[in-house]
Design a protein around this ligand. Sequence first.
Ligand code: NAD
Length: 242
Amino acid sequence: MTGKFDGKVAAITGGASGIGLATAEALLAEGATVVLVDRDAAALRALTERHGAACIAQVTDLLDADSCNAMVPQILDKTGRIDILHCNAGTYIGGDLAETDPATIDRMLNLNVNAVMKNVHAVIPHMTARGSGDIMVTCSVAGHSAIPWEPVYSGSKWAITCFVQTMRRQLMKHGIRVGQVSPGPVISALLADWPEENLRKAKENGALIEPSEVADAVVFALSRPRNVTIRDMIVLPSNFDI
Ligand code: NAD
């Protein structure tokens, strides 16, 4: 442990699994207090028991408007401060638009886009009042390339890429840094729908990375001195060609 994040509070949405959990564990190892935000209360219970007092659970369903809007105030009640907000929770769906149920489109946009914007909106007064803060968003390589087999997911991530870039400009005058990490395929529960055969081949071919690889990039960016901003980090497996 280097203690680089001693005294800092990081809130991470989707913190009970995958990239969010790997980032939380990396920040805990560097001395941060971490608030894991997730709708999976059982997973949060197990994680806070495992990691002790520096790991705090915040049960929030980001698809529920009241729960989503209450998230930042509830975290501030528990910790008194948020130095880092990592908007990471997201969901995935591939396939042709014509075969996608409109309710699925709503869920995707509500979680991948609306919840991110609302969580950032809610934390701005707190960070602005302190003249400091870091906002990190997990986007995707699909938010930088037009991937034909996932139009809704890709569209949601392009929206959030643009949001990050505009918020970076809007918030820099308040001492708030806004960055994003855009992974390629990562081994996580999000890929549960991938056919077993595709997953096996992708692993064998080095076309998937671990959540910890993404977490390392996030921690590196957040640990730069405050006069340094790392803008858009694209983290890809070496064997990736889109
Ligand atoms: P994951 O499924 O392992 O973790 C997602 C977490 O979000 C889970 O703990 C889940 O309970 C939580 N969550 C889902 N819906 C929620 C809701 N309504 N309210 C609160 N919490 C909710 O997935 P992951 O791969 O770690 O994905 C994290 C982020 O990374 C997502 O934004 C995803 O789009 C992005 N991403 C993932 C990949 C990949 O290949 N896995 C690639 C690029 C980008």
